[in-house]
Ligand binder design. Structure first.
Ligand SMILES: Nc1nc2c(c(=O)[nH]1)N[C@H]1C(S)=C(S)[C@@H](COP(=O)(O)O)O[C@H]1N2
Ligand SMILES: [Mo]
Length: 249
């Protein structure tokens, strides 16, 4: 089975990894930038390339302040993830539903698509503004399967075999929660969690599970991977994890 290397926020909470080395590197890069060692567009490319791995474990929050351009980091808690495409991708909808479903990529592409242009923000401090997302509204998939009255939450699993996430049923029914087939004006790439990932627009990036494989309706919320390691179950941007001011006041 073909396997793609992705690395990033691996086994430890990025906010708890040792600070000193990261801080030294960050300050060194700031100095390099200030001295004009790099020029023009190459500053962004150079720093992005170097900062990729550092950004994944940025306990200082300083990386988020650097002028590195608004780029994504690629995160995975596993060292490799199998590749899936239209021939073998499946999305299972199970649990407290009338009609469990298995959708192929073709099935999902044939459903009505919703487009959203929204910022993407990781709780560790980086943000990519105005990303274009396209996919099936999660609520449409839930309605199609017929959610039981006693279901209160949704559990998401990944074909990386390790990551998981959760939403309350109320959150899952929001129209700005997508089972995304496209981001950044093209199919969701393998590194970004393709062919299908979740996109929870109003919440921090960790809610947007990559390599989505399973949607299970449950009685209660089952905390996800990072939530069992200290992140808030409700990941509203600006209202949790103490990193941002609440834009709603
Ligand atoms: N399967 C899986 N999904 C995941 C993660 C992960 O490690 N594995 N990391 C989460 C976090 S913390 C963030 S910020 C985003 C990053 O998305 P990107 O890798 O496309 O930039 O994915 C989220 N979804
Ligand atoms: Mo994140």
């Amino acid at each position: 089975m073909d396997s793609g290397d992705v690395s990033g926020e691996q086994s430890a909470d990025p906010e708890r990894l040792g600070a000193p080395a990261g801080r030294r590197l960050v300050l060194g890069l700031l100095a390099a930038g200030a001295a004009g060692v790099l020029g023009g567009a190459s500053i962004q490319q150079g720093l992005s390339a170097v900062l990729g791995p550092i950004g994944n474990r940025d306990p200082t929050g300083l990386v988020g302040l650097l002028p590195v351009g608004n780029t994504f980091r690629f995160y995975s808690v596993t060292s490799s993830v199998p590749k899936r495409d239209a021939s073998d991708y499946r999305l299972d909808i199970t649990g407290l539903v009338d009609a469990p479903r298995t959708h192929t990529l073709g099935d999902l592409r044939a459903m009505p698509q919703q487009e959203l242009v929204r910022d993407f923000q990781c709780v560790t401090g980086w943000r990519v503004p105005e990303v274009r997302w396209r996919g099936v509204r999660l609520v449409d998939l839930l309605d199609d399967a017929g959610v039981h009255e006693n279901a209160r939450a949704v559990r998401f699993t990944s074909f990386d075999g390790t990551y998981s996430e959760s939403l309350t049923l109320e959150q899952a029914r929001r129209t700005d929660v997508l089972v995304a087939l496209e981001m950044l004006d093209g199919p969701v790439t393998h590194e970004h969690g393709g062919p299908v990932r979740l996109y929870v627009a109003p919440m921090y990036g960790y809610k947007s599970i990559k390599w989505l494989a399973g949607i299970e309706l449950t009685k209660d919320v089952v905390p996800g991977y990072w939530e069992r390691r200290g992140y808030s179950i409700d990941g509203w941007v600006g209202r949790s994890n103490g990193r941002d001011d609440d834009p709603t006041g």
